[in-house]
Write a protein that binds this ligand. Structure first.
Ligand code: GDP
Length: 440
């Protein structure tokens, strides 16, 4: 996401490299470039103009400390303004009350159904909610089916009334049902159309008036750029929604919608969808997004994801095994599973400052672990827990079984042995003893 814009902004800042101080002229030149970069990223032109005007006023009005280079100062100002443009602070989803009710709105194909599933899973897992998903699309039976399949996949009940043609009634009945069953969160997925149309607007407005939701989230495909912003405006004029969800940010290299929508409708972006899988959902943090746009990575989100997967008991158990030199291939594979649970590898790597740009053209996907997994799964349980058993003929068998080569198997085992030695040294305190010698 945002790759093109990141590159362009970086080039704009180069104009200031080597300049001793900020002047009217070099600021104007840099900002002309920044404005072009924003327009090429499909940012609304009024938003782009306002943005560069503000940055200019700030840059010229600043007492430039000699310790700070003009280019660094400009990056800092642009960063802070980008964060403000996207809303400043992040705004939490409102799930108070029982049941809390969230209504989805948006065009067909924007990703409403997918997001409904993702949100239900997120709020169940992180906030301990008991969600009920509601299928209110009375025109497309396939849409009801899609929600049911998702619900089953994530273990969340789905309410539907296939024979009822009145979405208002379905939504009301669903809320009643949730109350009876002790479900404290109702997520209502609605019908969309391919373009804004009067009947759809009337229908969703009627649902809103009948169920009085905590949140009305407008879901929009970020890849549609300026169209996304225009649609947002139309929906907001009619519905006065409470928040925006930008989907498909994984495919959006420009980012215009993310940058303009907040200013145009004055409603916070609350979530972003970054893939088709159920866990590809991020809470939206404007400052962190600004970090990413400027190629500064997003180390905070990376650490948070790691913490979510961190299992203290498991860590203690591993520590003990490592100290006794008992770390085996079962532990190895469970570590790989942990990393995979954190999400898409490329996405993770791009959160490390400086790494995102370096790897943007490299193909890294979750298949990276495939051959390692195949090799380990081709070992017998006994071999996995006693890697010393792995002699030549066993290695041959494993290579064959995993569809890899003997070289690959040897390499993995060698790496594993080295890792194990290193771990033992650290856990056994040898590192500590080595330290004073290294200092000398
Ligand atoms: P709806 O008609 O608004 O309910 O849209 P759907 O939920 O059916 O989504 C339309 C398509 O977009 C489906 O193929 C989804 O898998 C896909 N999709 C939804 N969200 C994302 C996302 O964040 N990233 C990507 N790459 N695809 C998504």
């Amino acid at each position: 996401m945002f790759e093109n814009l990141s590159d362009r902004l970086e080039r704009s800042f180069k104009i200031l490299k080597g300049e001793g101080k900020i002047t009217e002229i070099n600021v104007a030149e840099t900002l002309k470039d920044v404005r072009k970069a924003l327009l090429d990223a499909d940012v609304n032109y009024k938003v782009a103009k306002q943005f560069t005007d503000t940055v200019k006023a700030k840059a010229l009005g600043m007492d430039v400390l000699t310790a700070v280079k003009p280019s660094q100062l400009m990056v800092k100002i642009v960063h802070d303004e980008l964060a403000l443009l996207m809303g400043g602070d992040s705004v939490d989803v409102n799930i108070t009350g029982s049941p809390a009710v969230i209504l989805m709105s948006g065009l067909q194909g924007s990703g409403k159904t997918t997001f409904s599933g993702k949100l239900a899973q997120l709020l169940k897992g992180k906030r301990g909610k008991k969600p009920l998903l509601v299928a209110c699309d009375v025109y497309r039976p396939a849409a009801i089916e899609q929600l049911k399949v998702l619900g089953e996949q994530i273990g969340i009940p789905v309410y539907s009334e296939p024979d009822c043609k009145n979405p208002v009634q379905i939504a009301q009945n669903a809320i009643k049902q949730a109350r009876q069953d002790g479900q404290d969160l109702v997520i209502v997925d609605t019908a969309g159309r391919l373009a804004v149309d009067e009947e759809m607007m009337r229908e969703i407005k009627a649902i809103k008036d009948a169920i009085n939701p905590n949140e009305i989230l407008f879901v929009v495909d970020s890849m549609t750029g300026q169209d996304a912003v225009n649609t947002a405006k139309e929906f907001n004029d009619r519905l006065d929604f409470t928040g925006v969800v930008l989907t498909k940010l994984d495919g959006d290299t420009r980012g215009g919608a993310a940058l303009s929508i907040r200013t145009v409708v004055n409603k916070p972006i609350k979530f972003v969808g970054t893939g088709e899988k159920m866990d590809a959902l991020d809470v939206f943090h404007p400052a962190r997004m600004a970090d990413r746009i400027l190629g500064m990575g997003d180390i905070v989100s990376l650490v948070e994801r790691a913490q979510e997967q961190y299992d203290e008991e498991e860590a203690k158990r591993l520590q003990k095994k490592i100290a006794k030199n008992q770390f085996d291939f079962n532990d190895f594979i469970s570590q790989i599973q942990q990393i995979k649970k954190m999400g898409n590898l490329k996405d993770l790597a791009s959160m490390i400052p400086g790494v995102g740009k370096a790897i943007k053209d490299i193909d890294i996907d979750d298949n990276a672990f495939k051959s390692v997994e195949a090799i380990i799964y081709s070992m017998t349980p006994k071999e996995r827990s006693n890697p010393e058993l792995l002699n030549g003929s066993r290695r041959q068998r494993i290579a064959k079984g995993s569809g890899t080569s003997i070289q690959e198997v040897n390499r993995l085992i060698k790496q594993f042995d080295q890792t194990r030695k290193m771990m033992k040294m650290v856990a056994g305190g040898k590192m500590g003893k080595m330290m004073p010698r290294m200092k000398r």
